[in-house]
Write a protein that binds this ligand. Structure first.
Ligand code: FE2
Length: 196
């Protein structure tokens, strides 16, 4: 069975004015979809055809001969996860268990915010900023290109796509402003809590 582009969890204009419908037209409709089309071409007629996305990612991580499968499979997973990490009228300081764990790991929400933003802004070139579970504690990480926490034994809780295609239409080169907007207006903390 072929891999499919999962539906967006909201309408394409739902994140405006922070992230525009035009960005989602390209980012979801073109970029995310292309990873699905490319992965299906790579696995068609092979033993990988009926594997889960997660199994494909774990089996191809760190193996240069399987870079095509890894990059496309991981980018499908990353983008689906990223869409779920946002919602209209999201962002700001979380509450409940998520806030407790953030304070235990980073000292305060403000310190978490600073560290998460720093990871996103300093990821050189294309990649992702993450809040992850490392064992039973929260931690920040950043990954280049398609790389993701799953390939490093960590569980993703929140991600911000810092490839230029995520923000160039709305923010041009201003990645720090895009990350501020993501944190202050878009994060879906209920999704983060559901991943714990
Ligand atoms: Fe992206």
């Amino acid at each position: 069975m072929a891999f499919e582009l999962p539906a967006l969890p909201y309408a394409k204009d739902a994140l405006a004015p922070h992230i525009s419908e035009e960005t989602l037209d390209f980012h979801y409709g073109k970029h995310h979809n292309t990873y699905v089309v490319n992965l299906n071409k790579l696995v068609e007629g092979t033993e990988n055809e009926n594997k889960s996305l997660e199994d494909l990612i774990k089996a191809s991580a760190g193996d240069a001969s399987k870079a095509g499968v890894f990059n496309n499979a991981a980018q499908i997973w990353n983008h689906t996860f990223y869409w779920n990490c946002m919602k209209p009228n999201g962002g700001g300081k979380p509450s409940g268990k998520v806030l407790e764990m953030i304070e235990a790991a980073f000292g305060s929400y403000d310190k978490f915010r600073e560290e998460f933003k720093n990871a996103c802004v300093t990821q050189f070139g294309s990649g992702w900023g993450w809040l992850v579970l490392d064992g039973d504690k929260m931690a920040i990480m950043k990954t280049p290109n398609a790389d993701l926490p799953m390939a490093h034994g960590k569980k993703a809780l929140l991600t911000c796509d810092v490839w230029e295609h995520a923000y160039y239409i709305d923010f041009r080169n201003r990645r720090p402003d895009y990350v501020d907007t993501f944190l202050d207006h878009l994060v879906n903390w209920e999704w983060v809590e559901s991943q714990l």
